[in-house]
Design a protein around this ligand. Structure first.
Ligand code: KG4
Ligand code: ZN
Length: 334
């Protein structure tokens, strides 16, 4: 079965073609992403109106590129999977309407997918993983721990009470004058910095050991930058100290959750899963407890349509389809 995936929940317009015969066993024939970082950079964050307007321009060329790279045409596709939430509603609508138009014109089954389900299953694009597994979703919009029990069966164990980890990276990068998006820049700068240079707090939530909080660390950096002490500190050291604190605050709840589960695999997924320090430190800490850590390749960590096609594939394989009056939902729950 060849499945066309479409994703446009935030500022990336993406299309992918995957091939599958059984749930979770897929091969990615093509995955194309049109990134809008250049457009939003000058505003220091995603401007929803600009994101949806640019999706309108790029979505059809992105679909054509993906089909071309996969070496097939629309006539070869057997089903369509499209993100229907959560996300920016104007952005979601562009991908969803496009999917509906194709489904109607080609008489193909279409299923709506939850964007988070895409991130949770993304590691299966490259690895065979026995379920249940623990998944830490860390991106610009989400920070949460889930147990993936089966396709379509996910249990949330904890989540952030305020900012997402990626949001903290982006906001701190902005405070430090490093541009947008900031995660990758802070990651690179930190490699040359000393993480012990500045003492920063690690938030711990009383009575909620599996929840996260990143608003305090952001304030701590803002306060530090406004203080006279900041003059003598190199930006590499500040970046490394901040990154180490965020990584510690991600690792503690993740290991606490893993200890209570009958699983040997922790999966990290979402844009922040690309962070080199998080990968190394979590892998070492997990190995001490006999657990392995898996992360998707960078192109499947950040928003992409291959993970959406995969998340829709088990339903399409079962012969399911959603009606064409399916709506986009900005706050869609998993
Ligand atoms: O998954 P994603 O592409 O979009 C959302 O669904 O949010 O994640 C984007 C986020 C941004 O906040 C970006 O700063 C962060 O992932 N990010 C990183 C790194 N690469 C991207 N954060 C830390 N370290 C990185 N290497
Ligand atoms: Zn995402």
């Amino acid at each position: 079965m060849l499945i066309l995936g479409i994703e446009s929940s935030c500022d990336d317009a993406a299309c992918a073609v995957i091939e599958t015969a059984e749930p979770g066993n897929v091969s990615v024939r093509a995955s194309v992403v049109a990134n809008q970082d250049e457009i939003h950079r000058r505003y220091g964050g995603v401007v929803p109106e600009l994101a949806s307007r640019n999706h309108l321009i790029t979505i059809l060329p992105v679909i054509e590129d993906a089909l071309g790279a996969a070496g097939c045409g629309l006539g070869d596709i057997h089903g369509i999977a499209v993100t229907r939430g959560p996300g920016l509603v104007g952005s979601l609508l562009v991908g969803l309407m496009c999917a509906k138009g194709l489904a109607q014109a080609l008489n193909l089954p279409m299923v709506g997918v939850n964007h988070l389900e895409g991130h949770l299953l993304a590691p299966l694009l490259e690895h065979r993983i026995t379920m249940p597994y623990l998944a830490l979703v860390v991106s610009g919009g989400h920070t949460a721990l889930f147990v993936v029990e089966d396709f379509g069966k996910y249990r949330e164990l904890g989540r952030t009470r305020d900012d997402a980890a990626g949001e903290a990276f982006d906001k701190v990068a902005k405070l430090m004058g490093l541009g947008y998006p900031g995660g990758r820049v802070i990651d690179e700068l930190s490699r040359r910095g000393d993480a012990r240079r500045i003492r920063l707090p690690r938030a711990r939530l009383r009575g909620a050991p599996l929840d996260f909080s990143f608003s305090g660390i952001k304030t701590a950096i803002a306060t530090f930058l406004a203080s006279p002490d900041s003059g003598g500190v190199a930006s590499e050291d500040l970046a490394a100290s901040f990154q180490e604190a965020v990584v510690d605050m991600l690792i503690r709840p993740t290991l606490a959750a893993a200890r209570n589960l009958a699983t040997e695999t922790i999966v990290i997924t979402g844009g922040v899963a690309a962070n080199s320090r998080l990968r190394v430190k979590l892998t070492e800490a997990a190995a001490n407890e006999g657990l392995r850590v898996l992360a998707p390749a960078f192109k499947f960590c950040t928003d992409n349509a291959a993970m959406i096609a995969l998340a829709g594939s088990y339903r399409l394989l079962r012969g399911e389809r959603d009606a064409l009056d399916l709506d986009a939902e900005a706050n869609l729950a998993l």
